[in-house]
Design a protein around this ligand. Structure first.
Ligand SMILES: O=C[C@H](O)COP(=O)(O)O
Length: 359
């Protein structure tokens, strides 16, 4: 089938787009000095890691969450910012650089993971990128199960794209503790740069903050140089207060990122949960000076949802949290919809989803 070359809208000159990315979204010294069309992710290693701190139980127990106020605020978010046209295209390109492109299926194969990695290297069809005048973008990372780590490492070699492995008995986290530690070590040995651990929900549900802290500490230690994301599985934590306290304890124990969900719970990333977690990140930074990253994950599949999350980060934590070392989307299908929206921006037409395969 012959694909017609997209026509550029008259309002969307490539240089405008890049200016919009740079103006409306943060840039680092590195991206500012680069040719404008070479927008690439900031390496995840630049940031000072969260060393953690002693468990401060008084602080943990003092944390409250006003559920109705948080829900009210979350309900206003969709109406607060309307990003259209060039601005929307620029934000969507930015969103791509923040995706942990994920496959976590029982039927994953090396072939599927290689195709996903090719998509991570070239996340948007070349004809669309050409029309936008943008090149050099990749996703933030590729996220897979342990068995797929060597394939992903090989397929991404030389790209600078990190490999993230879900670990510690993902998604339930109920395998023997020593095996959960060994799983982390194996994934790091296999070349994973980032480890997404799952916490024991029971420690939160029973208020055993010491046990949660000790578990998280041990996971972080097992990660060594690999960055650790703590998956709270917020849909299983019962209350927003539990979400806030669990976020804080994981940060105290040295989590580099806190992440909402595995994608396998019946309720995954939501805006109220996200508000709760990003405010915990803000409180932790105010107290310690340390920036911890945020990863909403599970069920984020539409470009418009991605825009909402970016606006939330900009409003609540500021532009610094719009870089891949501090923000990621955990998503298996979001990229396809973003590419489709970008094609619509360029051509004025929507194409069928099957024309934007991920793997
Ligand atoms: O961590 C990533 C999630 O498992 C992805 O969830 P999703 O398949 O709903 O996008």
């Amino acid at each position: 089938m012959v694909t017609p070359r997209p026509r550029l809208h008259s309002t969307a000159r490539a240089c405008d787009l890049v200016t919009l990315i740079d103006k409306d979204l943060p840039v680092t010294a590195e991206t500012q000095t680069r040719p404008a069309t070479q927008i690439a992710p900031v390496p995840h290693t630049g940031l000072e890691r969260n060393p953690g701190m002693e468990l401060d139980l008084d602080w943990v127990r003092a944390v409250q969450a006003n559920t109705s106020a948080i829900e009210r605020r979350a309900a206003t978010l969709p109406g607060r910012r309307s990003v259209k046209k060039e601005w929307q295209a620029a934000w969507l390109l930015k969103a791509i650089t923040l995706i942990d492109l994920t496959t976590l299926s029982g039927d994953d194969t090396p072939g599927r993971v290689r195709r996903l990695c090719a998509k991570a290297r070239q996340p948007v069809r070349a004809d669309i990128l050409d029309a936008l005048g943008v090149s050099g973008i990749t996703t933030g990372a590729v996220c897979v199960y342990h068995e797929m780590v060597p394939t992903a490492v090989e397929a991404l070699r030389g790209s600078g794209i990190p490999v993230a492995a879900v670990s510690t008995g993902f998604p339930a986290g109920l395998s023997p503790f020593r095996l959960r530690l060994a799983e982390i070590e194996e994934s790091v040995k296999a070349g994973a740069d980032e480890i997404d651990i799952v916490i024991s929900r029971r420690h939160v549900l029973t208020g055993d903050w010491q046990a949660l802290y000790d578990e998280m500490r041990a996971f972080r230690d097992a990660c060594g140089e690999a960055h650790v994301k703590a998956i709270l599985a917020t849909g299983e934590l019962g209350t927003l207060r539990n979400v806030a306290r669990a976020s804080l304890v994981c940060m105290m124990a040295g989590a580099d990122f806190i992440k909402t969900s595995t994608g396998k719970e019946s309720v995954n990333a939501t805006l109220p949960v996200s508000l709760t977690m990003v405010r915990a990140i803000r409180a932790y930074e105010e107290r310690t000076g340390i920036k911890v990253g945020y990863k909403p994950a599970g069920g984020i599949s539409k470009a418009k949802d991605a825009l909402l999350y970016l606006a939330l980060m900009k409003d609540e934590l500021g532009d610094r949290w719009l870089q891949p070392d501090l923000f990621r989307f955990g998503a298996s299908s979001l990229l396809g919809d973003i590419e489709r929206q970008l094609e619509h921006f360029v051509t004025g037409r929507y194409s069928a989803s099957y024309r934007h395969p991920l793997a």
